[in-house]
Design a protein around this ligand. Structure first.
Ligand SMILES: NC(=O)c1ccc[n+]([C@@H]2O[C@H](COP(=O)([O-])OP(=O)(O)OC[C@H]3O[C@@H](n4cnc5c(N)ncnc54)[C@H](O)[C@@H]3O)[C@@H](O)[C@H]2O)c1
Length: 377
């Protein structure tokens, strides 16, 4: 069995463990964190071996195993690099790195060493995203002309986030979240879906702003508001919004010639995917008030219970990587996808008021659907 070891045992590590509890076909060998108290708390809760140093953990994973990098974004580059240098495949939480040149360096190193390198999120491998992909391939809505993707999280400065504690006792890392910013943290939740279905973004025309800096408990907050128009190589155009200001709205709408494919929840693998046919009722053009539920034929994947507003199986990506290694096939969470996702996300986050149009330099082909997502039921 492929060995997997975790560096970074904070808030998100518990979400991974809850997902792993559904069953894995890899061997979790233990974890390391630079904060010994937190490491002990995590390992005691989940009954996992604790490794005092990252070197010891990487040696135990061994060449050909997987390092699961769940550290804070500022550590992703250095921890990911150490994993690759130790001969491990690396699955890292988002973003791959905090700038494109570091992300590129990691990708170059992984390619040189013949190792896999993947960046979360993995929810595009989940049922809802795969259902959207199957609906596009089945031409349910006709050609897609425009996409509206919203990742408004609500007015987070007034949320009781000090009370958000993970299952084994890690507080939600508010300071880090606000310094990294909602775009770097969340744009990937729909960007990965869209890139996986439609392929590369050619041009990003974006703006980002700091609108609630005075309400956040950090000195140097990242933009808390961004809106991007994404021009895909295939001709589709999408508007993507990321804020911690707008009333909670995680909807996705794909507008085609025959109607609209839509869903309401980005963070729920089991979100209902619907199609609303467009028609004229006398002199009024409308999308049907009666939506048709779109479902895949057959079984999909194990689902986790809800944590806050999320119900995502965080194991899907690591499982995909472990199976790809075992079967000697390309990983759906590819180096190209990780790098392209990072370039597009950083372009949006850094756009500011005057960023204007930015041509992307990286590319990614659409991703092969999951074997269980070949057709709608
Ligand atoms: N918080 C969430 O709800 C959430 C959800 C999905 C993804 N993520 C992502 O998961 C990652 C981690 O977020 P989190 O919320 O768990 O943060 P966290 O601060 O709770 O945990 C991160 C842990 O990594 C450790 N760490 C950092 N650098 C290290 C290093 N060099 N060596 C060893 N340990 C190191 C820290 O000590 C800390 O315990 C981020 O990339 C974040 O974007 C978070």
């Amino acid at each position: 069995m492929i060995k997997v070891g975790i560096i970074g045992t904070g808030f998100v590590a518990d979400l991974y463990m809850r997902s792993f509890a559904l069953g894995t076909d890899f061997e979790l060998i233990g974890a390391h964190d630079r904060r010994p108290e937190r490491l002990s708390q995590f390992c005691a809760h989940w009954d996992q071996p604790a490794f005092a140093t990252s070197e010891a953990l990487l040696a135990a994973i061994g060449p050909g195993g997987i390092l699961l990098n769940l550290t804070n974004p500022a550590s992703h580059y250095e921890v990911g690099r150490a994993g690759l240098e130790a001969g491990c495949h690396v699955y890292t939480e988002k973003p791959l790195a905090m700038n494109v040149s570091d992300a590129q360096a990691l990708c170059d190193l992984a390619r040189k060493k013949g190792l896999m390198l993947a960046s979360a999120p993995c929810s595009f491998l989940g049922e809802a995203a795969q259902t959207v992909g199957a609906a596009i391939r089945a031409d349910v809505a006709g050609p897609i002309r425009a996409i509206y993707a919203e990742l408004d999280d609500g007015f987070i400065p007034q949320a009781r986030y000090a009370d958000w504690i993970s299952e084994s006792g890690a507080p939600w890392p508010a300071g880090d979240e606000f310094e990294v910013g909602c775009t770097l943290e969340h744009a990937g939740y729909y960007l990965t879906w869209l890139i996986a279905i439609f392929g590369s973004v050619r041009t990003v025309v974006a703006a980002s702003a700091r609108q609630v800096s005075d309400l956040l408990p950090v000195d140097d907050p990242a933009p808390d508001f961004s809106v991007a128009t994404l021009f895909f190589d295939c001709g589709v155009v999408a508007r993507l919004t990321c804020t911690i200001i707008g009333p909670h709205n995680h909807s996705l709408r794909l507008v085609g010639d025959r109607g609209v494919i839509e869903l309401d929840e980005a963070w729920n693998n089991a979100a209902k995917v619907r199609f609303r046919r467009r028609f004229n009722l006398r002199r009024r053009l409308m999308e049907s008030p009666l939506a048709r539920r779109l479902k895949l034929a057959g079984e999909t994947h194990p689902k986790v219970g809800r944590w806050g507003s999320a119900s995502m199986n965080f194991a899907l990506g690591v499982t995909e990587m472990a199976e790809a290694i075992r079967d000697g096939r390309p990983c759906r969470m590819s180096i190209d996808l990780a790098l392209h996702l990072t370039e597009v996300t950083l372009a949006i986050q850094g756009a500011g008021e005057t960023g204007g149009a930015q041509r992307m330099t990286t590319r990614c082909d659409p991703v092969e659907p999951m074997p269980w997502a070949q057709r709608l039921g």
